[in-house]
Write a protein that binds this ligand. Structure first.
Ligand SMILES: [Zn+2]
Length: 512
């Protein structure tokens, strides 16, 4: 080995010494073995196993000690992926990102971790250039659209007519499922649901919780670049049966696949770039800059919230991902709103790092509003809580107590703060927390602005527990203010202005 490296260095020195000539660097050579195209859609297509080319100075892999060693290519998946990119561009007038391995799998297996993927330094350069291209595409998609999807294209021969799904049983699509529900993975509107509706057999079957086929359930690429390891790019491995990728079958497969991808994109992806969605980011006099958490754990109600916020003329809105929060985005906003959804999902996705960033933001005078799931998050009751409202959650076990309109009763303070003449309000409730004082020594006591007058007690929740618990609360945290709604003003027609009242109440005090 040392001799060979010495030789390479020597050759390189000789090459560099020749004036006027330019030779391809190792990186450039590697680049020619990987097709890399930037796109204008939040969709990435990758194909690690369809290549044919040899790699200079690289021998075929021996595979010693490699689990499930496989040097065979997934034939025609390179062509299938190219055609798919072209067809998507034709149908949507925009092109997906594309990363295709042109090297044969017997030299490098681009869908394995490094030590199982290559057996020499020269091969490593090629492997790295493949995954760096994917990592770059992933971060660009997250930056430009906030989120997106990667389809990793493979071939298999165990189910010749079918397509197998590989997501580590949902792990690599954690963000998508967290945001839009399990339907996005297994339902009729999922990618595989769309494929099945065009007559393509899929495994697992649509609408079932059946496990993915072992050995085809999602490899290194979807595990590494998908949302199971954080971030907002979801990843799905598609394993096409050999009858679907024969030369004769490719046109029909590509056409169905394109329709499925387009339908999926329409339903679950935002093809508008984020820059266009960030409204009035620059500050105008008197504008309150509101950040809305739109990442893992945010439920569908965050859309109602964004819609309600649009109507407030003195409010500018920015959508925030957990990464944005961890990377300092709170420095540019006055009020953070954590919307409905899963408080645990939000808290865990923010991580201790993100949660502490939010705490210091409020401590230093920033405003915080939690709605439903966001109020669970604000409480001081869970390992993933923010601990910014001195509240515990009553009857934690029966959090899934049902949804519907309830009556809440405002306290005197509540009527004053919420500027309401009414003492009782009808408001939509969707399994928000039943709050009660926690008496934490380090957090200021909260003030009750409203309590539940009527209740919902389904799914085994005992009756009589919800009534009288806190429905709306406010508290101080450091120099900042915290406001929590257990029910949903933004989803109750006529009560949307309560969100504005809350923004006004918690916004940084130095604002006009
Ligand atoms: Zn494969």
């Amino acid at each position: 080995m040392p001799t060979r490296i010495h030789q390479v260095v020597l050759t390189l020195c000789l090459l560099l010494a020749s004036p006027g000539l330019r030779f391809a660097s190792a990186q450039e050579k590697a680049a020619s073995l990987v097709t890399i195209e930037s796109g204008d859609l939040p969709i990435i297509l990758s194909a690690p196993h369809g290549g044919h080319d040899a790699i200079a100075n690289v021998a075929e892999r021996q595979g010693e000690g490699v689990e499930r060693f496989n040097p065979r290519s997934d034939s025609n998946t390179d062509i299938l992926t190219e055609r798919l990119a072209d067809a998507i561009e034709k149908k949507l007038s925009k092109r997906p990102y594309v990363v295709i391995a042109r090297f044969h799998r017997k030299y490098v297996d681009a869908n394995r971790r490094g030590r199982d993927a290559y057996e020499s330094e020269e091969a490593k350069v090629v492997y790295d250039s493949y995954h760096q291209a994917l990592a770059k595409a992933r971060s660009q998609v997250m930056e430009r659209w906030g989120r997106g999807i990667l389809f990793d294209i493979h071939g298999q021969a165990v189910e010749p007519k079918a397509i197998l799904r590989g997501t580590q049983n949902g792990k690599t699509t954690a963000h998508l499922v967290g945001r839009f529900g399990r339907e996005t993975l297994i339902g009729e509107t999922s990618l595989f649901g769309q494929l099945a509706s065009q007559g393509l057999p899929v495994i697992p079957a649509v609408g079932t919780d059946d496990r993915e086929r072992v050995g085809y359930d999602g490899g290194y690429t979807v595990i590494t670049h998908g949302s199971g390891s954080g971030g907002t790019l979801d990843a799905i491995q598609l394993e096409f049966g050999n009858e679907l990728r024969s030369n004769e079958a490719i046109p029909s497969t590509v056409s169905k696949l394109t329709d499925a991808v387009a339908a999926f994109a329409k339903q679950y992806l935002s093809t508008e770039e984020r820059a266009a969605l960030v409204e009035r980011k620059e500050r105008r006099t008197g504008q309150v800059r509101v950040g809305v958490y739109c990442d893992v754990g945010a439920g569908p109600s965050h859309k109602d919230l964004l819609k309600a916020l649009q109507k407030f003329e003195d409010v500018s809105v920015r959508k925030l991902m957990a990464d944005d929060i961890r990377n300092g985005a709170l420095g540019d906003i006055d009020v953070l709103i954590q919307p409905g959804g899963s408080g645990g999902g939000q808290g865990r996705h923010l991580g201790e790092n993100g949660r502490e960033t939010i705490r210091s933001f409020i401590r230093e005078g920033g405003g915080f509003i939690g709605i439903c799931g966001g109020a669970f998050l604000a409480s001081a009751d869970y390992s993933w809580s923010l601990n910014v409202l001195d509240a515990r959650v009553v009857d934690r076990n029966h959090w899934a107590r049902g949804k519907g309109t309830v009556q809440i009763e405002l306290t005197d303070a509540g009527r004053q703060v919420l500027k309401s003449k009414e003492q009782q309000l009808q408001i939509f409730y969707a399994q928000g927390p039943l709050l009660a004082p926690r008496n934490h020594p380090d957090i200021a006591d909260y003030e009750t602005l409203a309590t539940f007058k009527t209740e919902i007690a389904e799914n085994g929740a005992p009756e009589g527990v919800m009534k009288g618990t806190t429905a709306i609360a406010r508290g101080d945290f450091g120099r900042g203010r915290v406001f929590c709604f257990s029910p949903h003003p933004e989803m109750t027609e006529g009560l949307e202005p309560l969100v504005h009242v809350a923004i006004d109440y918690v916004k940084r005090k130095h604002l006009p």
